[in-house]
Design a protein around this ligand. Sequence first.
Ligand code: ZN
Length: 116
Amino acid sequence: MAVPLRTCVACRRSTVKRELIRLVVARDSVQPDPSGSHPGRGAYVCGLARCIDIALKRDGAVIRRALRLGCQHVTLDTRRLGSQLGEMGDAQEQRRETSTSASLLGEIPGRAATRE
Ligand SMILES: [Zn+2]
């Protein structure tokens, strides 16, 4: 089964959904959707600080375009989103490190088994 890819609105890198943070319009404002299950159009951004910066530039112009907000009355609080996305990006980075060390640990019993 093909893994669905999503594109970061800032760097245009395509990657698996879980590596990106989803943004949606909820209650007339743009908000992060950590569960990734909120209905409606989503915009995706990497958890990287430079991508978050680009995404929020000019009052979040690239996010507005990705969500096709046009002239709809939707609040995009760049300062609040910036701190939320920053925290989520950090958490994502930690998860990535945790899964790497978990897979390294997983190799040890396997290696021991082949030696027996
Ligand atoms: Zn990016």
